[in-house]
Structure formats: C-alpha cells, structure tokens
Design a protein around this ligand. Structure first.
Ligand code: NAD
Length: 499
C-alpha cells in the first residue's frame, strides 16, 4: 500500500519549509514491508544554526504571549490532532510498525497531553508566602528559559514529542526538534499541525537528520540551553558529556529492564494477560516493556506453560491488518540485536521455551519480524535478565518469596517500571514502597501511563527529572523569587527583625 507516494519533505525553520543546506537527503522506509515513505533532509550543523537562531529570536516574543493564549493554541492543536487521529495512526502503523490500536493510543496520548498542558496556561502556579518582615510581599513565579532542544526516539513517534514540546510551549520556551530518523514523517506531521494550530513562525522548528550530526549539533549549540532527550542509556551518557561544558539543563528518559512479579496468590488469568500485553505489545519496543517475569516457585510451572501457549497464539503481520497482534521491529539492526540476545541466552544456559527466530514466511520476508520469545530457567544475573533487548523477548525467573522477588526486580541498573500481581494488600504496599522504579503497577502489567502523572525512572533510566504531570513544568521553567518591599525604608532580611 503506497501511503505517501515517496514524497520529499523539508525542514521547518522560522516558519518556512526549507531543504538541508547540503541538499542531501535520507529515506524513511516501512519496517512492515519496506515501502518508501519519503525522503528527508540530511541536515547538519548549518541547519541547526539556522533553527537555533530562529528559535532564539522567536523566544523574545513567545515568552511575552500570555500563557492562557498559548494554551488556546494547544487546545486548537488537540482538536486538529483529534480530527487527524485516524490518518496519523495509519501513517504510524506504516512508518513505525506498531499495530493500529496501539498507534491510535500513541496519538491519543498526545491529544491528552495537549488538553492537559493547554489547561496549564491558566495555572502554571507559583507560590505566595508570608515575609519575615513587615510591609513586604513574597512570591515565586515560573519563568521560561529559552530554546529547548528536543531529541526523540522512534517508538512513540507522536506521544514522546508531545511530552516534551507541549510543556515547553506552555511554559513560554521555543523549540528545535529532531525526530528519530526512523520516524521523520510523523515528526514532520506533528510540527505541521502545530503550525496549523497557530504556533507562530520560529517557535517550533524541525531539523531532520542523524544523532551524531543534528542531535550533537543541538546538544552543543550555545543558543540551546535546555536539552530533553528520550533514548538509550548510551546516548544519554554521550549527551550529558557533550552538554557539560555549557552547563546545560539536561533531561533524560532512558532505557528499562522492567519486571512483573507474580506471587503465589496472584490471579493467574489476569497475570498472563498482563504479561503478554507488556512483553509483546509494540513488539516489546516500549521503554516500559516487561522483559522479565519474576514468578513464585509455586506458580512458576503453570505460569510458564500458559505464557508459552498464549505467545504461540499471537499472529505476526503488518500493523494495519486487523488480524495482527504483533507488528515488526523497527529495522534490520534491531532484528539482528534481538536475535543476538537469543544466542546469548542459549549460551548462558537459559531454556528457550518458544520463539527465538526471525519470522519470514507468509509474506513477512519484506519486513522485520521476530517471533515472541520466552526464556525459562533464567538466572537474574544473566545478560538476558540484565540488558535492555528492546524486542519481543522476556525472561522468566523463579523465586521463593516476596523478599527475593523484590531483590531480583531491583537488581538491575535501570528503574523505570515495575509490577506485582497479588491479592494481598500488605504485600502490595510493601512492593509499592520497596520497588526501586519510577512506576509501580499493582495487578496490571508494566506498560501504560496517564499524562497527568509524572513519568520517568530511577537509577540509570534517567537523571532525576520527570516528564508529564506537574513535574514537566519544573524542567521547562526556572523559579524566580520576587520580594516586594513596600515599607519605604531599607529592611535587611535576617538582620532587621519585624515585631
Ligand atoms: P537512541 O538513543 O538510539 O536515539 C534516540 C534519539 O537520540 C534519536 O533521535 C537519535 O538520533 C538521537 N541521538 C543518538 N545519538 C545522539 C548523540 N550523540 N547526540 C544527540 N542525539 C543523539 O534510542 P532509540 O533506539 O531511538 O530508542 C530506543 C531507546 O529509547 C531505548 O533504550 C528505550 O528504552 C528508550 N526509551 C525510553 C523511554 C523513557 O521514557 N524512559 C521512552 C521511549 C524509549
């Protein structure tokens, strides 16, 4: 199915659609069937320079637009996204590969974020406090910071840009946005709709291209003081180092190795459903995917055999086919990486229970498909239980009790999502307290987030910031404390005392 007819796209800088200075392009192709979706500017430093200059100039008027007016633009954007939801979802299933219902969820998350952040235009609360001194008024207000560099991955090609760009805009910042090279069409559509909603020229700019060129140029640019990146741990470390010389504000949302604990009193029907959805939804390519299952020894055998049976029922195929449960993985190198972990798991002595192979029959050979894969008898220290595979592979680990389950769940470098299935409220509350992760689910899988709560992880999943909710506002603004002394005389804090 030709969805775009291989159109040539451009960067969007200062309200104009422009080619890369170099004139070079790269292609976006579908992981489902190899279809070419379009050609995009292969940009570099010179393009980022132009975009940063436009964003810097636009900041001087955007910061002065009243926040409720900025909010009205976001409400219009939410409406446009709602009108375009089906087209965007179709485009996503072609460009990124996820199945259509999940693509619709991805777009819906951006719509939710647009409404939520639009509403913030009438809040953006600061504080007023009493003063130590007479005839003095104290308040704190949120101030916009300037140009934000937004660098995003391909796995949530509409939702993740919305988590970053919409709070930045409501806070009064301007944006230079680099979408992932695997999903540039969706990044381009996102920005087009923002422009249609009334975002003024220069306020949001998009520059397409690779991480090493465009991403690095944004991260090191002197006029881009704020960087928000979602990607792998390795990229997060590189970006932190590159931004260090300029003491930039850096927000990182990185990898995960999330676990679902299933205790002896769990509702097994529910647990099986939650695990299959969390491990194989989006072909395991969610940062919150369940790549480990920690099962109490008394339910281990039953759980494993039911999981294998369910995994084997999953139908692989193109995401726009209603019959498909699991779509492709993003590209050839992802497919190779996922398969290499099957080899690693085997070599480590884990038991391959199902999957473990590339699927190419029934017309799947034109895309990148991997069979849902389950390893049993996994030791918590094995590489398949420690490293992020980012594919439809999960490792089942047997434990004796809740203490061991929590120890194993926490025994990784990441801390994004966690989950426990139990009917015992006391054990559930212990898990809520002791699981070292930014997200804990009780009696549900590891995936799924609502936009009005903070999103992010502990340990190597990030650097302490959070996306979404009120927490996002803390990253995209700086606090200013304002003291108004109306006493008509010089009062000295900590020295003069009011009576
Ligand atoms: P990636 O790190 O390869 O790329 C992410 C983005 O960073 C891309 O736009 C890429 O071009 C850019 N980039 C790469 N090197 C760069 C550099 N040196 N300087 C600046 N930019 C650079 O990640 P990916 O493969 O696109 O996405 C998968 C990863 O993202 C996984 O590790 C996954 O867990 C993580 N992720 C995390 C979250 C979260 O919220 N914690 C959400 C989704 C995905």
């Amino acid at each position: 199915m030709a969805i775009l007819g291989a159109k040539t796209f451009q960067n969007y800088i200062a309200g104009e659609w422009v080619d890369a200075v170099s004139g070079e392009t790269f292609e976006s192709t579908s992981p489902a069937d190899g279809e070419t979706l379009g050609a995009f500017p292969k940009s570099a430093q010179a393009d980022v320079d132009r975009a940063a200059a436009a964003a810097k100039e636009a900041f001087e008027h955007w910061r002065l637009v009243p926040a409720p007016k900025r909010g009205e633009i976001l409400f219009r954007f939410a409406q446009l996204m709602t009108d375009e939801k089906e087209d965007l979802s179709q485009l996503m299933t072609h460009e990124m590969g996820k199945v259509l219902p999940e693509a619709r969820g991805d777009v819906q998350e951006a719509i939710d974020m647009a409404f939520y952040m639009g509403g913030e235009g009438r809040r953006l609360f600061g504080q007023t406090t009493p003063s130590e001194l007479r005839d003095k008024f104290n308040m704190s207000v949120r101030m916009p910071i300037g140009v934000v560099g937004v660098i995003t991955p391909w796995n949530f090609p509409i939702a993740i840009p919305s988590w970053k760009i919409l709070p930045a805009l409501i806070c009064g910042d301007t944006v230079v946005f680099k979408p992932a090279t695997d999903t540039p069409t969706l990044g381009e559509r996102f920005v087009e709709l923002l422009a249609d909603a009334g975002v003024p020229p220069g306020v949001v700019n998009v520059v397409h291209g690779g991480g090493g060129e465009v991403g690095n140029a944004i991260v090191t640019h002197p006029d881009v003081p704020v960087i928000t990146l979602t990607g792998s741990r390795e990229t997060g470390v590189a970006v932190t180092k590159a931004a260090a010389d300029r003491l930039k504000h850096v927000h990182l949302e990185l990898g995960g190795k999330n676990a679902i604990i299933v205790l002896d009193d769990a509702d097994l029907d529910l647990a099986v459903e939650g695990i299959v959805w969390s491990a194989f939804g989006t072909s395991g390519q969610r940062c919150t995917a369940a790549s480990r299952v920690i099962a109490h020894e008394s339910v281990y055998d039953q759980l494993v055999s039911r999981l294998v049976a369910e995994a084997e029922k999953l139908r692989l195929g193109v995401g726009w086919d209603d019959e498909t449960d699991v779509g492709p993985v993003i590209n050839r190198s992802a497919l190779e990486k996922i398969h290499s972990y099957t080899e690693i798991g085997r070599d480590e002595g884990a038991k391959l229970l199902t999957g473990g192979e590339v699927a190419s029959g029934n017309g799947l050979g034109k895309g990148f498909y991997y069979r849902p894969t389950i390893f049993g008898d996994v030791d918590p220290e094995m590489r398949i239980a420690q490293e992020e595979i980012f594919g439809p592979t999960t490792a089942v680990i047997k434990v004796r009790d809740l203490d061991e389950a929590i120890r194993v769940s926490n025994g990784i470098r990441y801390g994004l999502s966690s989950s426990i299935f139990t009917q015992d409220v006391n054990r559930a509350f212990r898990a809520m307290r002791d699981l070292k992760a930014g997200i804990t689910y009780i009696n549900a899988g590891t995936i799924g987030a609502e936009v009005h709560l903070p999103f992010g992880g502990t340990k190597d999943t990030g650097n302490g910031h959070r996306e979404a909710g009120q927490a996002a506002l803390d990253f995209f603004t700086e606090w200013k404390s304002i003291y108004v002394d109306y006493s008509g005389k010089l009062q000295k804090a900590q020295i003069d005392t009011a009576e």
